[in-house]
Design a protein around this ligand. Structure first.
Ligand code: BG6
Length: 481
């Protein structure tokens, strides 16, 4: 008997804002990702998570800076060639996202942009023609920029109405094409980067109340998407996603263990809402003690309770160390839970992320024990500097090693009894990095000959890791060599 269940999806994951490019094609409107600038030589561990209204407006007319997400890898024009390569490396599923502002350029229109819809018709049809099942995220770090500037993003409840219109249009349109829907990418990253995740511009003073308003509205939006999905696409799976933040205590001191417990509870409070349908005590206590509230209205509790997700998608890259006092609810930006504490037993990537394959097995078991709903590994991968050799090959053995060791732990988790629907390495092809907007931090199994500033021929070449992946998927995960 195979270690991986029948129908297990061997996929690959990307996000529209990091690879489609063509940011103004066919009437698309801008999103908050389009104004994230690439800063040469920036400290990779210190990501700028701020954006004032003035800075956003200035970026839109800036002709000097580099905004690589605007061009991505030009998948908008190369999708046929790229999807053929996805099939060649053996993918049976592909996780991508829909750019909301391609469909509703400002967000508040009554009618969708037909040209934007037609693009995804073409993409999904091409995937299906290659036997690749689309797994589609509705919101991956982008919303129409108009809603960021005029509504302060998700902090305004009126955005929900526009979101529901968007969901009705796209879920209805692609009901027969899409295998699984993920409403929000890493919904708990709203705690770490309110601008990118919630579209909340940075202003003077304490913005935590607006941030929690936005978080709460996204919880409602998740439930609304599930409700619409069950109505319009009853044969698809309807799920959502969190960023896994596996943390271990820094010492054996009970206070460090308590910090670990709280950090995990805080992180999983987002999946608690989506799987269990109610706001957990850890959130209520924090808000009460911080003088914050949730903008609850009559009917909300029923919406959350009655529209819980079918499956939970998680991203997993690394584990972190926490010590007494660490709190995800008070985290600032993407700094590790306790920036000073490293796990000296683990290697780190070129960008300083700890490599902890066993942590993936632990995380999968933790979610399964807590929820008993199927899980999907929506992202897992290593950002590294790759070298294109003179003979045109890319020998990324470090990536093969990373992926192999993680897939082994997925296999272990399945043997433990965890239900896992699929594995999506981030990413099947090189794309623009999310946090730092750079190209040289490469995750792909397929190389794209392009530099940070967008120069280069853009030629695609399958890396050694892509050839490895084809062997893995062809053997149904039996051969990981
Ligand atoms: C995840 C995001 O947090 O991490 C992706 O969902 C992102 O969009 C990935 O690309 C890796 O992060 P980065 O900053 O290295 O691209």
């Amino acid at each position: 008997m195979s270690a991986f269940p029948e129908g297990f999806q061997w996929g690959g994951g990307v996000a529209a804002n990091q690879f489609e490019g063509a940011w103004q094609a066919d009437g698309r409107g801008p999103s908050q990702s389009d104004i994230k600038r690439f800063v040469p030589d920036a400290d990779p561990l210190s990501i700028d998570t701020t954006a004032t209204v003035e800075a956003i407006r200035a970026a839109l007319t800036d002709t000097e800076g580099l905004y690589p997400k605007r061009w991505g890898i030009d998948f908008f024009h190369t999708y046929e060639q790229d999807i053929a390569l996805f099939a060649e490396i053996g993918m049976t599923a592909f996780r991508t996202s829909i750019s909301w502002s391609r469909i509703f350029p400002r967000g508040d229109e009554e009618e969708p942009n037909e040209a934007g819809l037609a693009f995804y018709d073409r993409v999904f049809a091409t995937l299906r023609a290659h036997g690749i099942a689309p797994v589609v995220t509705l919101s991956h770090y982008e919303m129409p920029l108009h809603l960021v500037l005029e509504n302060d993003g998700w902090s305004d409840r009126r955005v929900l109405e526009m979101w529901e219109r968007y969901c009705r249009v796209v879920i209805g349109r692609y009901a027969d094409a899409v295998d699984s829907w993920i409403a929000f990418n890493q919904i708990n990253s709203a705690l770490l980067d309110p601008f990118i995740a919630l579209g909340l511009p940075t202003r003077e003073g304490d913005q935590r109340q607006q941030q929690w308003d936005g978080i709460y509205h996204q919880w409602l939006a998740n439930a609304a998407a599930v409700k619409i999905g069950r109505e319009l696409a009853p044969s698809a799976r309807h799920g959502s996603m969190i960023l896994d933040v596996s943390v271990v205590p820094r010492t054996t001191a009970p206070e460090d263990s308590l910090a670990q417990m709280l950090y995990l509870q805080q992180s999983m409070s987002f999946s608690d809402v989506m799987v269990r349908g109610r706001v957990p005590g850890v959130v209520r206590r924090y808000l009460r003690e911080s003088g914050l509230t949730l903008p609850e209205q009559p009917g909300d509790a029923e919406l959350l309770r009655e529209n819980t997700i079918d499956f939970l998608a998680v991203s997993y890259y690394s584990s972190e160390v926490v010590s007494a006092g660490a709190s995800m609810f008070d985290a600032e930006g993407w700094e590790p839970a306790a920036a000073s504490a490293r796990n000296e037993l683990l290697e780190r990537t070129d960008w300083g992320w700890q490599i902890d394959p066993v942590g993936l097995r632990i995380a999968l078991n933790r979610y399964w024990d807590r929820y008993q709903v199927p899980l999907m590994i929506a992202e897992n991968g290593i950002g590294a500097r790759d070298e294109l050799l003179p003979d045109g090959t890319i020998e990324d053995d470090y990536r093969i090693d990373f992926l192999r060791r993680h897939v082994e732990q997925v296999r272990e988790a399945i043997a433990d009894g965890v239900e896992v629907l699929g594995y999506h390495p981030w990413s099947p092809i090189d794309i623009i990095s999310s946090g730092t907007s750079e190209m040289k931090k490469r995750y792909g199994l397929i190389h794209v000959d392009q530099d940070d500033d967008g120069s280069g021929p853009g030629t695609r070449r399958i890396k050694a890791s892509g050839h490895w992946y084809r062997r893995v998927t062809a053997s149904g995960g039996e051969s990981l060599d």
